[in-house]
Design a protein around this ligand. Structure first.
Ligand SMILES: [Fe+2]
Length: 158
């Protein structure tokens, strides 16, 4: 499977959100580094993704993005799907592997960033309120959750 590599073409024009996307891509790419710790890796991914979704939704609200509700629903659907996969994994369903999760999440994220997220870019990119909201959103310390997952990925949210 081809892993996603973040590139400028995936920029949504709001640096903290780009930073989130890079971290999430990194977390997905390293799901298969963990073997027995897949459950924890999934938990970390869910926690970070939830944080990112809230921040992104706040940005969309600040810049008056008209499709916010539809976008929010798409986030909710993904969160539900991943939590269902997490439960299946916890229940011993061996079709839920790191590889299967990577494949599912990679396809979802690629599609989501390039189509759904790109649609808010024209609204958010030059909106000072949206940028301020993204920066002020709060602190998420990935390293508190899962220190070994932090390599050079850094959130720009101070
Ligand atoms: Fe999104």
């Amino acid at each position: 499977m081809t892993k996603i590599v973040w590139s400028e073409a995936m920029s949504v024009g709001v640096p903290p959100l780009d930073s989130d996307h890079r971290i999430i891509i990194d977390l997905i790419g390293r799901l298969d580094d963990h073997g027995a710790d897949l459950s924890e890796a999934i938990n970390t991914l869910i926690a970070y993704t939830e944080y990112h979704f809230f921040r992104e939704e706040r940005v969309m609200a600040e810049c008056g993005y008209p499709e916010l509700e539809a976008h929010r629903q798409e986030h909710g659907t993904l969160a539900d799907d991943v939590m269902a996969l997490q439960r299946r994994y916890a229940d011993g369903d061996d079709s839920v592997t790191a590889y299967a999760l990577q494949q599912f999440l990679t396809e979802w994220l690629y599609h989501h960033i390039l189509l759904e997220d790109m649609a808010y870019k024209p609204y958010a990119e030059h909106c000072a309120r949206a940028h301020d909201a993204a920066k002020a959103f709060g602190k998420f310390r990935l390293e508190d959750l899962h220190p070994e997952l932090v390599r050079d990925a850094e959130t720009e949210c101070a």
